[in-house]
Design a protein around this ligand. Structure first.
Ligand code: 5GP
Length: 116
């Protein structure tokens, strides 16, 4: 059984977050430390720690992250100019919270994908 993180508490509304969308599969809320004018986290309600833990049975769930990202990008008014979707994995990926999450960032030119 995967361990809970603070994201489970956000899903259950036990700690405050600016939740923009929630359904039976996923929850989306604004990042507490935004790196761009729009910075939203889209997460599965099921605990999947990292992309290394995604199974075939999760394929519909992973697809839902993208369809919700698309809807929220439109809602934020950033769909046409563009945005970036990021999923970090483990230490080299810079993952801090071990409950898989897709970052939706946009609202300004984001520059090169990787800065060394
Ligand atoms: P990671 O580095 O794991 O890909 O991203 C974790 C993200 O979660 C970070 O961008 C961080 O700002 C965000 N975050 C961490 N704790 C909280 C919280 O309590 N509330 C919200 N809304 N975002 C959080």
């Amino acid at each position: 059984m995967a361990e809970e993180t603070l994201f489970s508490k956000i899903i259950r509304k036990e700690i405050p977050a600016d939740i923009l969308y929630q359904d039976d599969l996923v929850t989306a809320f604004r990042d507490i430390n935004p790196r761009a004018p729009s910075h939203i986290l889209i997460i599965p309600n099921k605990i999947i720690p990292t992309t290394n833990d995604v199974e075939e049975e999760d394929e519909a769930l992973m697809g839902r992250l993208f369809t919700v990202a698309k809807k929220l990008a439109k809602q934020e008014g950033i769909a046409e100019n563009g945005y970036r979707l990021i999923v970090n994995c483990n230490a080299h990926g810079g993952q801090e919270v071990y409950h898989i999450h897709m970052h939706l960032v946009g609202g300004q030119p984001l520059g090169p994908m990787l800065v060394n």
